[in-house]
Design a protein around this ligand. Structure first.
Ligand SMILES: Cc1cc2nc3c(=O)[nH]c(=O)nc-3n(C[C@H](O)[C@H](O)[C@H](O)COP(=O)(O)OP(=O)(O)OC[C@H]3O[C@@H](n4cnc5c(N)ncnc54)[C@H](O)[C@@H]3O)c2cc1C
Length: 389
């Protein structure tokens, strides 16, 4: 009980600190930086100082080791201010998660302390031009050459590729393996050696300021000590476990966008007068506000329920899939509803709603598309309700 209470007060402290940071430092500058597509160096420095890069890293390596619910709450708060800023710690936290769960002791000792401070940071290199949802179709290879693996191929859509320095990479160590996932391995890679080029920054609808790039590997050497867990052929499973945590952080990012849009809309609706009364008093607008708030609350509960299951050490594919699907569709729907409530102002860059509206589709597509979430949900339901007769 006492332990429970101290975990709760620690959570409250972390979340309220992040909320204050977002209100004071992030919200006032987010739209301007985003419209200029400018990288938020100063905000990143502040996030490093607050320890936000080490939230899911064990204390013995300098992290805060918060539970999944607290992590989700932090993602919600940051995304309420600016989705792009959450992107800088988002895929980075997936890399940390995989290293914590599957890294060998010496890999944890070498990487986790500097990942916890944010001195080392980056993301995940999974997708390629011809492989996103279908990750077993990647063509990047890693072939053993003495003390190193040589990486050959190109990765696409890599968030934090330019400003990051350390990444989780999925490659084929046995391209002929059947099924393909048995020949896939995960590595922790660092920039520095020749053979790694950061290509163009992809021009995007939203999620600006945080860079998304191509990465080209031309015989890039990765020391054999950086094969995660030290065994070939386990990479696909390791990455899939990391993606379960990503689904929850992306769900929480969707929740943050939806909350921001709702809060802007409900305030605006009380100020904007038409036909002699605030639009909040027109029943059509009230119905919108009620539906928006209900979906937001349901998203929050789905996220917490999945996060608690994960913290009990259970797989939560079904629950995380439902949370990701519902919360991110809610982000898309609520940001559009907020735009309708603001009328022309919602379409203007003078108000943040247009940014939420442009950012929301990323959470629908990223972290596993929502079509894929539906497949995962259905697959798990069919397993649960197997008709053996
Ligand atoms: C801004 C941004 C940042 C990103 N950052 C990263 C990153 O840091 N690292 C990284 O590795 N990747 C990143 N991605 C890539 C992202 O993970 C993929 O875009 C996503 O997984 C979908 O893959 P795809 O784009 O290749 O679509 P595809 O896999 O080609 O899918 C196309 C369409 O078909 C549907 N579909 C595919 N298979 C099925 C199926 N079996 N059944 C039903 N429908 C199906 C999909 O849902 C989608 O609607 C990022 C993407 C974006 C837009």
């Amino acid at each position: 009980m006492a332990e429970n209470q101290s975990a709760l007060s620690e959570r409250e402290l972390i979340v309220s600190t992040v909320r204050k940071f977002v209100e004071k430092e992030v919200i006032p500058v987010a739209s301007e930086l985003e419209h200029r597509n400018e990288y938020p160096h100063e905000l990143v420095r502040q996030m490093q100082a607050m320890g936000l890069f080490g939230l899911n890293i064990p204390e013995e390596y300098g992290g805060a080791n918060v539970d999944t619910t607290t992590l989700a709450m932090v993602f919600e708060e940051i995304s309420r201010g600016w989705l792009g800023l959450a992107g800088i710690i988002g895929s980075n936290s997936v890399m940390c998660d995989v290293l914590v769960h599957f890294g060998a002791d010496d890999q944890k000792r070498r990487y986790l302390p500097s990942l916890a401070t944010g001195e080392r940071r980056g993301g995940i290199c999974l997708s390629e031009t011809n492989a996103g949802t279908d990750l077993q179709n990647i063509s990047t290879t890693a072939s053993r050459d003495g003390d190193v693996y040589r990486i050959r191929g190109s990765k696409m859509w890599i968030t934090n590729a330019r400003h990051g320095n350390t990444f989780l990479l999925l490659a084929k160590t046995d391209p002929a393996a059947q099924p393909a996932h048995r020949g896939m391995s995960a590595f922790i890679i660092e920039k520095g050696a020749p053979g790694l080029t950061v290509g163009r920054d992809i021009d995007k609808l939203g999620y600006k300021s945080v860079e998304t790039c191509e990465l080209h590997f031309d015989n890039f050497p990765v020391p054999v000590q950086d094969l995660i867990g030290g065994i070939e052929g386990h990479g696909f499973k390791q990455v899939m476990t990391g993606l379960e945590s990503e689904r929850l952080n992306v769900a929480a990012r969707g929740l943050g966008i939806a909350r921001a849009a709702f809060e802007d809309a409900i305030r605006y609706a009380q100020r904007r007068v038409t036909f002699g009364k605030p639009i909040a008093e027109h029943q059509t607008i009230q119905i919108k506000l009620a539906d928006m708030a209900t979906r937001i609350e349901a998203s929050r509960l789905l996220i917490y329920s999945a996060a608690e299951k994960r913290d009990r050490g259970e797989r939560c594919d079904l629950e995380a899939g439902m949370a990701k699907l519902f919360a991110t569709e809610t982000a898309a729907e609520v940001s559009f509803e907020a735009m309708r409530i603001l009328g022309a102002n919602g379409y203007s860059k003078d108000f943040a709603v247009e940014r939420y509206y442009r950012d929301a589709p990323l959470v629908v597509i990223g972290g596993g598309t929502n079509e894929l979430q539906r497949l995962i949900i259905a697959r798990n339901l069919l397993k649960k309700y197997r008709d053996d007769e």
